[in-house]
Design a protein around this ligand. Structure first.
Ligand code: C2E
Ligand code: CA
Ligand code: CA
Length: 388
């Protein structure tokens, strides 16, 4: 984490007026003076402290720095990748973008003396409008980017149990981020964040590479039969990456059968029926299976399901949670089991936590179960210890 930090001594410059924009900075500690270089010498426009964002203006409009920044005290800064900000701006509402740019142009005019003396600009304008939660988000995203670069994201493997054969048939890869101060952060939180910019793309690639490595290690151990490992693909990843080509490349690099990698797509993605149908068709040509994740959470567009040759349907945990207490829920699960079989696919029930739930699913003819009863997501070491 510390590799990217900038340690500044008092008096040291972060950047000077006229410098090209490189990155913005989050001030972790210390204070930074913003200076306007006048003929009479530098004029202090204001001071920024811990938690403030610095130098984001030049990133927003890709213009040279219009003020200098100098450490007043010893200071520690964390660079914020310029793409992180510019990508958000490019993707933002047109009007918001226009407002931002016009405010910025006005501010620059003032600074350059055309709209009045630079010194009238209050220091707070450097960060004004920059909402606290937006700042927290950018900070979190910066840390996530660093964790990815440092390869400290962890991939866990949750076992998927074949009820008929009474054995573990495969695993689902679930990414974990061990945050320096917050500890383990759930992907439920950071995947959504990573999806807001294309950071999800290198994260997905990272997970895929770890999965291929793990399969190669299991293969070296002559584990038989070889389990599959499923990877999650989210919306943006699906739109920006040729997932099939990525899976094939990862498998080839590790000299493993690509058919051991399974692709999980969520129900929300199936709105683009043609694109998903094409993915499934291409996947099947290479022996790769595709699962429909979180079935039953959206509107379960049954009108499209018959057109999509999914190999597995994953029943969302909400059903298993309620089915023993609610007969109507149990009836729906039974109907889903029957429907999935009729589509020549297998059902994987998620969130199985008790023996009773497993027994009920077995009685209904559900093929696979995943959940804390079978196992929580295992670390790589745990997985390898169980497959010596
Ligand atoms: P998901 O694909 O539906 O994954 C199942 C989630 O349910 C996992 O949460 C898992 O730990 C949790 N779970 C499994 N069994 C049980 C159980 O018996 N009881 C309960 N209460 N929970 C159970 P996790 O790991 O926090 O992942 C959350 C979501 O984040 C995943 O939902 C998936 O959509 C996403 N995700 C995880 N890893 C990746 C990844 O590498 N790439 C992408 N794009 N998304 C990922
Ligand atoms: Ca999943
Ligand atoms: Ca799921």
């Amino acid at each position: 984490m510390s590799t990217n930090r900038l340690d500044l001594a008092p008096g040291e410059y972060v950047f000077r007026e006229g410098d090209p924009p490189t990155s913005a900075f989050l001030i972790e500690s210390g204070s930074i003076a913003i200076l306007s270089e006048q003929a009479s010498g530098p004029v202090r426009l204001g001071v920024l402290g811990a938690g403030d964002l610095l130098g984001e203006m030049a990133i927003i409009d890709a213009a040279p720095r219009t003020a200098s920044a100098r450490a007043e005290t010893a200071a520690v800064l964390v660079p914020v990748d310029g793409r992180q900000l510019s990508e958000r701006i490019e993707n933002s509402d047109l009007i918001v973008r226009a407002l931002l740019r016009s405010q910025l142009a006005r501010y620059r005019n003032v600074l350059s003396g055309r709209g009045g003396p630079a010194v009238v600009v209050p220091a707070v304008s450097v960060t004004s409008g920059f909402e606290a939660n937006a700042k927290a988000k950018i900070e979190l995203e910066t840390q996530l980017r660093q964790a990815l670069t440092a390869r400290s994201l962890e991939v866990r493997y949750q076992p998927i149990f074949d009820i008929v054969e009474a054995r573990i048939a495969g695993y689902e890869a679930l990414v974990r981020w061990c945050h320096p101060t917050r500890g383990q952060v759930s992907p439920a939180e950071f995947i959504a964040l990573a999806e807001e910019t294309s950071l999800i793309v290198p994260i997905g690639q990272y997970v895929l590479e770890r999965v291929a490595e793990t399969l190669a290690e299991l293969d070296r151990r002559s584990v038989a039969p070889m389990p599959f490992i499923a990877v999650n693909v989210s919306g943006r990843q699906f739109n920006e990456v040729d997932m099939l080509a990525a899976v094939m490349a990862a498998a080839q690099n590790q000299a493993i059968d690509p058919g051991l990698i399974k692709i999980e797509v969520t129900e929300s993605l199936t709105v683009d029926v043609d694109a998903i149908a094409l993915l499934i068709e291409r996947a099947h040509q290479h022996g790769i299976k595709v699962a429909l994740d979180d079935f039953g959470t959206g509107f379960s567009n049954l009108g499209h399901l018959h057109k999509l040759g999914f190999d597995n349907v994953k029943l969302d945990q909400g059903f298993v949670r309620q089915m023993l207490a609610a007969p109507r829920c149990l009836a729906i699960v039974q109907a889903i089991v029957t429907m999935v079989h009729a589509l020549a696919a297998d059902l994987i029930a998620e969130g199985v936590e008790s023996e009773q739930e497993l027994a009920a699913l077995a009685a209904m003819g559900c093929r696979y179960a995943q959940g804390y009863l079978i196992g929580k997501p295992w670390t790589l070491d745990e997985l390898l210890a169980k497959n010596p």
